[in-house]
Design a protein around this ligand. Structure first.
Ligand SMILES: [Ca+2]
Length: 490
């Protein structure tokens, strides 16, 4: 039933009249800020064990709130991970399952977090990187429940931290940077660098938060740190130009490769900006009534001339961006809400991006919650028993030979080689004593392997746009399956 496209057209005024007795009145409904880093690894934050890169504000946020040790992104690359977050779908059912050069956008009948929150009277804004559909597509930000947008609509544009323009709502807004030979998508390498988008995004976020409204707000602040500028030629990246930042302070005098200094400086810069946002919430007296969540869209990259091993960016995990080992998908997740979320709490139960929509829907007492693959972890946030639990967590990724993975309890199965064979090769790990997924115990646990295969079969719904392997027959509707060009470098 396509309820939401219709719902969307009903005025918010009518909805507020229809609202049942909600958990919170309009005045007390909390503001929600979801801050997303881009390619930030599980081990890149002090609160997650990082010793070399300074993240004092995120560490403080973790001390004042809740830190999740087993939180998972939707995918191991940008666009599908964000689609999972926004629509509450895992990779077996999501519309977007791979970076796809904008060929696949969110559909009109994909119900997003902003669309859900809108029905509960929220004002919804996104600042930063969107990446789920261009302006002319059904996935355009303002067609997916947002009241305002500022940033990069096209995620390739977001490779460039000094672009010539950004998009405000639906219009191009020029910046002072100069990018000779910029592509039509806005990516490229700037020669005149005056407007650093990270700073623009933070200034815009501070303005957004400070604007007096008669509605609670949802701000999705999707920073692009520490993503690389993939347009910088590989042989130039050691100079650090693949990791764009105005200054490598406070790491200038470290005896580190320049790309690593820049990477650390990017993360510390973002952390400083998060500190500004937290300070503004306090100044405005809305600190107690604002839930702030922080996470990353996938594991660390090796694309800016940097080596993810240098800072142990995956922490104790194996794998990076584009892997389905935990290093590719397990991410930092910190939630802070004074007096509601207990300070200094650590949660080790697994949750994932597709659980966020149902969680926020329950939090705001949304009148209609769409069907998703997620469960609400609001009880966990509020320190109550988490009765509702996921039977499994599932991922698929049709690159690097095509793969699937499942987590059930502490079991983690990874199946590779699916491009050419529907059977592939199954690996099985017990995360309880092997967090690094180094000891494959598949051969000694055949019954676990069989049950994981069954879950993989059940969780994966065929997608014409993103077939798992050559063996998958085209689904019955839509355009026929075709070989995707390799665009996951986006
Ligand atoms: Ca990313």
């Amino acid at each position: 039933m396509k309820l939401y496209p219709t719902v969307r057209k009903i005025s918010s005024l009518l909805w507020s009249a229809l609202l049942p007795a909600a958990l919170f009145s309009a005045e007390t409904k909390p503001n929600i800020i979801f801050i997303l880093a881009d390619d930030l690894g599980y081990g890149d934050v002090g609160a997650y064990g990082q010793k070399m890169i300074q993240t004092p504000n995120l560490d403080k946020m973790a001390q004042e709130g809740m830190r999740f040790t087993d939180f998972y992104a939707g995918s191991t690359v940008c666009s599908p991970s964000r689609a999972s977050l926004m629509t509450g779908k895992h990779m077996g059912t999501a519309t977007i399952r791979q970076n796809s050069a904008n060929e696949v956008a969110l559909r009109d009948d994909d119900v997003t977090i902003p669309e859900v929150l809108r029905t509960a009277g929220y004002y919804n804004g996104t600042i930063g990187k969107w990446g789920m559909g261009l302006l002319e597509s059904t996935g355009a930000p303002l067609k997916q429940g947002l009241d305002s947008f500022y940033g990069y609509v096209d995620q390739k544009h977001a490779h460039n931290s000094y672009p010539e323009f950004l998009i405000r709502d639906t219009q191009v807004e020029k910046l002072r940077n100069v990018v000779p030979n910029a592509s039509p998508r806005g990516d490229g390498i700037a020669t005149v660098r005056l407007d650093f988008t990270q700073t623009l995004f933070t200034e815009e976020a501070l303005k957004f938060i400070s604007t007096k409204r008669d509605k609670p707000f949802f701000l999705y602040l999707a920073y692009i740190i520490p993503h690389a500028n993939n347009e910088v030629p590989k042989n130039k990246r050691a100079e650090g130009s693949g990791m764009e930042i105005p200054s490598d302070a406070p790491y200038t005098n470290r005896d580190w490769p320049q790309a690593e200094k820049n990477k650390a400086a990017m993360i510390t810069w973002m952390d400083k900006d998060i500190g500004l946002i937290m300070a503004r919430l306090k100044e405005l007296g809305i600190d107690d009534n604002t839930l702030v969540m922080f996470s990353s869209d996938n594991g660390p990259h090796d694309e800016g001339g940097n080596d993810p091993e240098f800072f142990k960016s995956s922490g104790p995990l194996t794998g990076i961006k584009r892997d389905l080992y935990d290093g590719g998908v397990r991410v930092p997740m910190i939630a802070r809400w004074p007096n509601k979320i207990s300070a200094n709490t650590v949660v080790s139960e697994p949750f994932a991006f597709w659980d966020v929509l149902p969680t926020l829907a329950e939090l705001v007492a949304a009148p209609n919650t769409p069907a998703t693959d997620g469960i609400s972890f609001l009880p966990t946030l509020l320190g109550k028993p988490q009765v509702n639990k996921q039977p499994y967590y599932y991922w698929e990724f049709n690159s690097k030979g095509s793969m699937q993975s499942v987590r059930v309890g502490n079991w983690k199965a990874v199946r590779t080689g699916l491009q050419t064979s529907s059977e592939g090769t199954m690996e099985l790990y017990n995360l309880a004593d092997d967090i690094g997924e180094k000891n494959n115990v598949a051969s000694s646990n055949p019954e676990v392997v069989e049950s994981m295969k069954k879950i993989m079969l059940k969780a994966h719904v065929k997608s014409d746009a993103f077939p798992l392997g050559d063996w998958e027959a085209p689904a019955t509707e839509g355009k026929p399956s075709k070989k995707k060009k390799n665009v996951d470098a986006e």
